[in-house]
Write a protein that binds this ligand. Structure first.
Ligand SMILES: [Zn+2]
Length: 417
């Protein structure tokens, strides 16, 4: 069960992926599979189905080959706060901070069960010590638990020693209370303190932030308002923050949040989203690698549905091989209707140190409504895009010649009159 996975690096090594098959699509070569650790993924039957349907002849099903931690780089640096995970499929992670806190933790567990969601609870150590039974209920229901410090201080006001103590004591409280060794940390108030990255790296703990919150600590918020605030910020790979507790106050009222979980769960299901734990979301992540060694480790965009004339925010997660000269290569990002020419684009030249590129694209006002595929590829600077594209060496995504096609497509609605 991934939910209670104890050792993050072991999970990175693909222990869970060894189900039945691993799917490798496209022009993967023996060199690439052997020479780089970036070319491995875990997959789900849905992707197998999509891959088979879309790319029959190019699909190679391989018996699962576990990747050992020694050659698999961490896909996420423990010192960087993960606020979202670039994934292709419709999945989000609901997260709850400040518990355990009864009776609200149990109310939220019930709501999660009703909507068929698995979530991640970031527990405060002192609250676990106070009510370990509640913490065990979370674990027993198949959810993931992470550390949310011991005492909920502003870590940025503490010394490195005190920060380390908060992480260690939070870990110890959860381990003693539940038997789970947490591998995720979320900073109270999102404030990163001195030495936090070091202590998290030592403990193989990833720092998890959030891409959106429900403002559910504001007492006047109704369940409907919390749900609306969350649903406005949903996109594949989003990490959504709610609360089952109120810092270290025992019994802090979170009734509205429990109600919001029912609404959010229902709406997400209607939109085809799965609600997964943070480790499950991280495990869905798959990099795409090009023949020159450049990896596009993921792209996120939001919103996924937009009116013509409005903007889309994109983030590209990039990785260069050793010795690579970024300025020699450009990325093309084309938005095109099925069988159509690119209607608009977001091309850019790679730069040294550019590991995350953020951009905003305005959808032209005169673009017809419809589904727009987002295709992403590389070409050498100064060359003709279509003739000289750099081949995709390996990817788990759909490809179109030498570009990968992200899914879901961007939905463009008619411009407001
Ligand atoms: Zn908190």
């Amino acid at each position: 069960m991934l939910a209670n996975e104890t050792e993050w690096p072991a999970m990175v090594a693909g222990r869970r992926s060894c189900g039945k098959f691993r799917i490798i699509i496209g022009m993967m070569t023996a060199n690439v599979t052997r020479g780089t650790a970036g070319c491995w993924w875990r997959t789900y039957w849905s992707q197998v189905a999509i891959g088979v349907l879309a790319l029959g002849p190019l699909v190679v099903l391989q018996a699962c080959r576990p990747v050992t931690p020694a050659v698999a780089p961490l896909r996420f640096d423990p010192s960087e706060t993960i606020r979202e995970v670039p994934v292709a499929e419709k999945a989000v992670a609901l997260t709850f901070d400040d518990g355990p806190n009864e009776p609200f933790t149990s109310q939220i567990l019930e709501a999660l069960e009703e909507v068929g969601a698995k979530a991640t609870f970031f527990l405060i150590g002192t609250n676990v010590v106070y009510d370990p039974e509640s913490a065990r209920r979370i674990v027993k229901a198949g959810h993931t638990v992470g550390i949310h410090s011991f005492d909920h201080p502003h870590l940025n006001t503490l010394s490195a020693e005190a920060v380390a103590r908060e992480v260690h004591m939070g870990f110890d409280a959860i381990y003693a209370g539940t038997g789970v060794r947490p591998a995720l940390f979320r900073a109270p108030y999102g404030k990163i303190g001195p030495g936090l990255a070091d202590v998290c790296r030592e403990m193989n703990c990833l720092i998890i932030g959030w891409s959106a919150h429900g403002n559910d600590w504001t007492e006047s918020m109704t369940s409907e308002e919390i749900a609306e605030q969350i649903m406005a910020k949903v996109y594949p790979g989003a990490i959504l923050l709610l609360h089952d507790g109120n810092e270290t106050i025992h019994g802090g009222n979170r009734k509205q949040t429990a109600g919001a979980v029912r609404i959010i769960g229902q709406r997400l299901k209607e939109q085809g989203y799965r609600m997964v734990t943070v480790p499950e979301l991280l495990a869905m992540y798959r990099p795409t690698q090009f023949a020159n060694g450049v990896q596009i480790r993921g792209v996120t965009w939001m919103p996924v549905s937009v009116r013509a004339g409005e903007t889309v925010n994109l983030r590209y997660y990039l990785h260069y091989p050793a010795g690579f000269l970024p300025e020699t290569t450009a990325v093309f990002v084309h938005f095109k209707a099925r069988r159509g020419r690119p209607a608009f684009q977001d091309d850019f030249v790679l730069k040294p140190g550019m590991l995350v590129r953020k951009s905003t694209v305005r959808v032209p006002k005169d673009v017809p409504a419809g589904q727009y595929d987002i295709s992403v590829g590389l070409y050498p600077v100064g060359r003709i895009i279509f003739r000289d594209r750099i081949p995709v060496a390996c990817t788990a995504l759909k490809t179109d010649g030498n570009a990968v096609i992200l899914s879901p497509p961007l939905e463009v609605r008619a411009a407001t009159p």
